[in-house]
Design a protein around this ligand. Structure first.
Ligand SMILES: Cc1cc2nc3c(=O)[nH]c(=O)nc-3n(C[C@H](O)[C@H](O)[C@H](O)COP(=O)(O)OP(=O)(O)OC[C@H]3O[C@@H](n4cnc5c(N)ncnc54)[C@H](O)[C@@H]3O)c2cc1C
Length: 305
């Protein structure tokens, strides 16, 4: 069906291997293109019956136990480029946020907020990732994107219509590369800032566990600012605590004792355990506070094979 591509094509790929939560059934097709030309070739050959689903490093995904009927596309080493021109940074979509933040700091540019977010640039843009008061949208200039038909185009910040943890990029478009604009800073001071942020994360979040970060969006409409006046009212973790769900379990899934907006795979969880526990949390929070929590973690795929 697909031949002549230079990248890796795998049938029935076990997706639990490529998500942070280590759950998920198989993808009908899994493709890691060698470069843009290779991806264009693949998309043009891919029969119409296949939907495509781009993934980054799977740090914000629950892939259901039945897997994905379609083609999962993951950009690899051919999309990790990083280059600098004055205060502009051009970066490939598979580059890791942490690496980009570090390289930017070396070059005297402040993208420090990316240092503690464990995803890739493609995932960060799609999710308008952010923390400590900064979001992708604050630095984003444009992105090079490809659609399901293999056509390339450029999207500006205006086109992306960023909002809290989302943008309006269609699900079947793949971000290939992006340009950011950052403020100048002293490299040493930027590295120190990132070091402090890492310490803060480790103190407050279960960073060594299998999680997908914040499970639900904060009803307040923003992520942590790191400021003293960052009130807890209307933070998802506070509502979950008030509903008595900290530490709750379902099969191998658990609500973290350290941070109650984090779902953990304790080792044996299925995607169904994780999603069911998340739904129990939503129900309990609604009963207690009349707030309908919205999932921040993207849940995709079939419940059963
Ligand atoms: C310990 C931990 C801490 C976290 N802290 C934060 C935080 O502080 N702030 C925050 O915002 N998030 C946080 N997250 C969540 C997660 O890291 C971010 O959402 C991240 O941006 C997801 O990137 P990814 O590469 O893992 O994307 P994935 O999880 O693989 O995918 C997420 C979404 O992005 C899309 N996507 C991925 N790559 C592309 C691409 N190239 N083109 C088009 N679409 C694409 C996918 O289709 C999917 O819809 C945390 C997660 C963990 C595990």
């Amino acid at each position: 069906m697909i031949s002549g591509t230079r990248g890796t094509v795998i049938k029935n790929k076990d997706l639990s291997q490529v998500t942070w939560l280590r759950v998920g059934g198989p993808a009908d097709l899994f493709f890691m293109p060698a470069d843009i030309e290779d991806l264009i070739k693949f998309l043009k050959m891919l029969p119409n019956k296949f939907d495509i689903f781009p993934i980054g490093v799977g740090s914000n995904l629950i892939i259901r136990d039945g897997g994905i009927r379609g083609a999962v596309i993951r950009l690899g080493s051919g999309f990790k480029n990083i280059s600098f021109e004055k205060n502009k940074i051009v970066v490939g979509a598979s580059a890791l946020d942490a690496h980009v933040a570090s390289k930017a700091a070396d070059n005297g540019l402040d993208l420090t907020f990316l240092r503690t977010i464990p995803g890739s640039i493609g995932g960060a843009i799609k999710m308008n990732a952010g923390c400590y008061g900064s979001y992708v949208e604050d630095f984003f200039v444009s992105a090079k994107v490809i659609n399901r038909s293999g056509e390339l185009f450029e999207l500006s910040s205006k086109d992306m219509k960023f909002s809290y943890r989302q943008c309006n990029l269609p699900q079947d478009c793949i971000i290939l590369e992006a340009t950011f604009e950052a403020n100048y800073g002293n490299p040493e001071a930027l590295h120190l800032k990132m070091k402090n942020q890492l310490v803060k994360r480790d103190e407050t979040q279960p960073t060594k566990e299998r999680t997908a970060g914040s499970t639900f969006r904060n009803p307040s409409g923003f992520s942590s600012t790191g400021e003293i006046d960052d009130l807890d009212d209307f933070k998802a973790w506070k509502l979950i605590d008030d509903a008595g769900m900290r530490g709750a379990t379902c099969g191998g899934a658990k609500i973290s004792e350290k941070h109650s907006n984090f779902l953990i795979n304790t080792g044996t969880a299925t995607a169904n355990d994780l999603e069911s526990l998340g739904e129990q949390v939503r129900k309990s929070v609604f009963q207690k506070s009349k707030v309908k929590l919205q999932w921040e973690v993207i849940r995709i795929g079939e419940t059963n094979l």
